[in-house]
Design a protein around this ligand. Structure first.
Ligand SMILES: Nc1ncnc2c1ncn2[C@@H]1O[C@H](COP(=O)(O)OP(=O)(O)OP(=O)(O)O)[C@@H](O)[C@H]1O
Ligand SMILES: [Mg+2]
Length: 458
């Protein structure tokens, strides 16, 4: 019996379930008595991940065949199974030239994922994320960044490009803040679409049921807009009352062994990830920064032609931090009020740095989530109008608070992607300076001016 025939028996026995691409690779090479190291080498995956996939595969086969299957007794069990099937005359005869086993996701459910075409740039980010997920076998990946920077778009683009590597692909947005148990039940049902599964009424058992699905199959689950269920004004990254179960679930999904990937997007970095992420851990995070000038030009050209020199494009993109959401709004204004002339628009900004339209709502909604101390730091940074050092900020600007509170607030602002860090070297001494993202700086200055005028005329 060759490995194709053996795989045919496995597929027949597993019926509704399908092996993932890597499971098939491990099976074939284990059949040829290759070591995990050799499999890792030819497949390009890390050896730890290949071993983990192998152990999950033997577990799956043990359940299916009703006896212990290991890498070393694989041939023995399969040959016996083939004889049994032959005896019952129900064996699926497989020719030596049979075509390779087909792989396709059992279930793809895009939920309310937006249509992302056309998509520009982010090649580096895409290849890093693919490496983390497909080669390094990361279980939990966080995609963080300011509102409008492109988290959702990148998550959809990535999921579409790698969907063929998974048995299940599920995309869910949490923007309506679904209650935890409802969400968990729905997720388990989506991952067991072809099985008749009885859902537990016990919260911990439900988490275990989900883990079983994530172990049995290679699933990609994208959870968008996680910030919706995080408590505002909470520096510790806590959850809204009643939503703490999500935190427990994410912790468990990061710490427990399974062969799936959960990709999260959030405007605020999650505590569960911040604490355990690492270059050598299967838990990683990426903070998205602005898009390149080229990508922004491509996005805006869909709206129409703009008049600008290369330098003027650069000034515009930098001013709005390469944020595609804000730049799309600004582009509309430039078209209607400035005859599509970027220099004319930039000139108007020299007199008045007003932040307008939906950009205001976006920034206001991010500001509303800050604690009092975080707001205070933001206001002081805006008054400073230039990057300041840690000690300047602590001693000159922000009223005396304990160092612990101050550090926590500064870390929290960083996790919300609102701070900008600048490194400067004076007399061979390198120091880190803090300032606000340029757009936030303008917005806070506008707000301070408005508050001042209101006080003056009231
Ligand atoms: N790489 C890209 N190519 C083309 N358009 C993009 C790209 N990235 C983002 N956009 C566009 O920019 C806008 C904002 O993107 P997106 O909704 O993905 O941001 P977000 O970070 O998820 O924002 P939020 O925090 O509000 O959810 C959308 O209109 C989207 O289509
Ligand atoms: Mg989004």
């Amino acid at each position: 019996m060759n490995n194709e025939e053996a795989l045919g028996i496995v597929e027949t026995t597993l019926r509704e379930q399908h092996l993932s691409k890597l499971q098939v690779m491990v099976f074939r090479q284990a059949w040829e008595e290759q070591s995990y190291y050799a499999i890792a080498k030819t497949s390009g995956y890390e050896v730890g991940y290949v071993k983990q996939t192998g152990s999950q595969l033997w577990q799956l086969l043990s359940q299916a065949f009703g006896e212990k299957v290991t890498k070393s007794n694989l041939q023995l069990v399969l040959k016996r199974k083939a004889k049994e099937l032959d005896r019952k005359s129900s064996v699926v005869k497989i020719s030596h030239n049979s075509s390779p086993i087909k792989h396709y996701p059992v279930q793809i459910d895009w939920g309310d994922a937006p249509d992302i075409a056309p998509f520009y740039g982010r090649n580096e980010e895409l290849s890093t994320l693919k490496k983390w997920i497909l080669q390094d076998g990361c279980r939990l990946v966080g995609l963080f960044g300011m509102g409008g920077i492109g988290k959702t778009s990148l998550s959809v683009k990535l999921a579409r490009e790698i969907q063929g590597e998974f048995d299940y692909v599920i995309w869910r947005s949490l923007h309506r803040a679904p209650p935890f148990e409802e969400f968990l039940e729905e997720l388990i049902q989506s991952l067991t679409i072809s099985q008749d599964i009885k859902l537990s009424h016990n919260f911990n058992h439900l988490i275990l049921q989900l883990l079983t699905c994530l172990r049995m199959h290679r699933c990609l689950v994208v959870l968008d807009n996680i910030e919706t269920i995080l408590a505002p004004c909470d520096r510790s990254g806590g959850y809204l009352p009643g939503y703490e179960g999500y935190g427990q679930l994410l912790k468990c999904l990061g710490e427990t062994n399974h062969q799936s990937t959960i990709l999260l997007t959030s405007r605020e970095k999650l505590q569960e990830i911040a604490l355990i992420e690492g270059k050598f851990n299967p838990i990683r995070s990426m903070v998205l920064t602005g898009l390149s000038e080229k990508a922004i030009q491509d996005i805006l050209r869909i709206k129409g032609d703009f008049f600008a020199s290369t330098e003027e494009w650069a000034v515009l993109v930098e001013r709005y931090g390469g944020n595609p959401f804000t730049l799309k709004i600004v582009a509309g204004t430039i078209q209607y009020l400035f005859n599509s002339s970027i220099p004319n628009f930039l000139e108007s900004l020299e007199e008045d740095t007003s932040v307008f339209g939906d950009i205001r709502y976006l920034l206001a909604s991010q500001m509303e989530r800050l604690s009092d101390l975080e707001s205070e730091i933001v206001y002081w940074l805006s008054i400073a109008q230039k990057p300041v050092t840690f000690s300047e900020l602590r001693t000159d600007f922000v009223p005396q608070v304990s160092l612990a509170d101050f550090l926590e607030a500064l870390t929290s602002l960083e996790r919300r992607s609102l701070l900008e860090k600048v490194t400067s070297t004076i007399k061979k001494k390198t120091q880190t300076l803090f300032t606000l993202k340029p757009l936030l700086m303008d917005y806070i200055s506008n707000r301070l001016q408005e508050e001042f005028l209101q006080k003056l005329y009231s």
